[in-house]
Write a new protein. Structure first.
Ligand code: PMP
Length: 431
């Protein structure tokens, strides 16, 4: 029995009086899918309960961090222990070194790491570092990749910026955008041409190794290795933004999966176990430029926050257990193949992209390999699919251009229930 969305609607109306758009991050407002954003009362494992008492199988997982599911008992216990110690000191704790060591051990390209509070801070700081290190200004980013909302990265960005059709936000001065070059993802030839023209001025290429902010788009074979080769040839740095893929597609991240080493890696989400964390790191000669070791300034009152770091340590400890990523792969493959079959049965020709536990159902029959092909998706049909799934107790990201995340907490039964729900919703879409 569905309880409706009365309380959510009431809470949303109240929130819009005090918070712009009623939300603290745009995509939460359900703008591209219509309807009322669901207000959450609690989470447990793979399940969410909203304020009206409806329950959902959750494939958002706080947009990626909750790879263990909500309220994992060991994470909760560790956090309770940490509360006994204090919540913030603005002074060093041993915990920060422990998490940093775990991250560095997982990533061969990283000797040192700086903890920050969000993915946005990580990418913003990584770009400043790359510019400081190379003494160059230009950066290259790929259309449809989202790297947070720093001015110079908010150009043809994915995620909420893409969904809302605001690729370049008002408030970003032309002079700031001037140094950002946009390139199509999965297209080495265009990048080669860019480097041929201005390669000597390029400080860094920043890339989501598996973009998850225009739906999920796997890199074509050789693309990431090509980025590595080109940047090296011209003395530019390669920044992998693994805020989403880090410890998601493999222990460590996409750079481990595809065996390509960047100069700087950005992390977030999973390494904070559901609390606010980001990080950027790389080889010692680059990271030694960061203040106070070097001249490139970057700071944070709450950086290395003990609660966030504790949740991160416990999460990584659990992810280090053998078989974890195989389990995620099996669960994700089960969901993907079930959804594919259900779509076929309904006579829908959809495109499914998946890398490990990141997956996306594109409402287009054509392959999705970049931003332009992602935009061919029928977003109105997606909106109906989203609403139908929500009604049947499946919480998907409220946008075509986002990933679904599998967690270790999802059970086979929950996955099969999801497929069953999709079977019915897909049928409704063709009628
Ligand atoms: N980079 C990537 C790849 C992301 O997916 C995100 C957030 N979805 C960010 C950066 C920004 O992170 P945050 O929202 O924590 O600022």
């Amino acid at each position: 029995m569905h309880n409706g969305f009365n309380k959510s609607a009431q809470f949303y109306a109240e929130a819009t009086k005090y918070i712009p758009g009623g939300v603290n991050s745009p995509v939460r407002a359900f703008k591209s899918v219509g309807g009322t954003p669901v207000f959450i009362a609690r989470g447990e494992g793979a399940m969410l309960t909203d304020v009206d008492g409806n329950t959902y199988i959750d494939y958002v997982g706080s947009w990626g961090p909750l790879i263990l599911g909500h309220r994992h008992p060991e994470v909760v216990k560790a956090l309770q222990g940490c509360l006994e110690m204090g919540t913030s000191f603005g002074a060093p704790t041993e915990l920060e070194t422990e998490l940093s060591k775990m991250i560095i051990e997982a990533l061969p390209a990283m000797d040192m790491v700086r903890l920050v509070n969000s993915g946005t801070e990580a990418t913003m700081s990584a770009i400043r570092l790359a510019r400081g290190y190379t003494k160059r200004n230009k950066i290259v980013k790929f259309a449809g990749c989202y790297h947070g909302h720093a001015d110079f990265l908010l150009i043809k960005a994915g995620s909420g910026a893409l969904t809302l059709g605001v690729p370049t936000s008002p408030g970003v001065p032309a002079g700031t955008a001037e140094h950002t070059i946009n390139a199509p993802f999965n297209d080495l030839e265009t990048l080669q041409e860019i480097f041929r023209q201005v390669g000597e001025d390029i400080a860094a290429v920043i890339v989501e190794p598996v973009p998850g902010n225009m739906g999920v788009v796997p890199p074509v074979p050789g693309f990431l290795a090509g980025l590595r080769r080109l940047t090296e040839q011209y003395g530019a740095l390669l920044i992998m933004d693994e805020v989403m893929t880090g410890f998601r597609v493999a222990y460590g991240g996409a750079q481990v999966l595809y065996n390509v080493e960047p100069d700087i890696t950005c992390l977030g989400k999973i390494i904070g176990g559901g609390l606010p964390v980001g990080a950027y790191g790389g080889k010692k000669d680059i990271m030694s430029q960061v203040a106070p070791a070097g001249p490139v300034y970057q700071a944070g009152t709450l950086s290395g926050n003990p609660l966030a770091v504790t949740a991160g340590i416990t999460t990584l400890q659990l992810l280090r257990r053998p078989g974890v990523y195989d389990e995620l792969e099996q669960k994700s493959a089960r969901l993907e193949s079930g959804l594919k079959q259900a779509a076929e049965e309904a006579g829908l020709n959809l495109t499914f992209n998946r890398v490990g536990s990141m997956l996306c159902t594109f409402f287009t029959s054509e392959p999705v390999t970049d931003f332009i092909s992602a935009l061919k998706s029928d977003t109105e049909r997606f909106a109906k699919y989203f609403a139908g799934m929500l009604d049947k107790g499946v919480y998907l990201a409220p946008s075509q251009f986002e990933a679904a995340f599998m967690s270790l907490a999802h059970t086979s039964e929950q996955i099969d229930q999801t497929i069953e729900a999709a079977r019915e919703v897909f049928k409704g879409l063709t009628q």
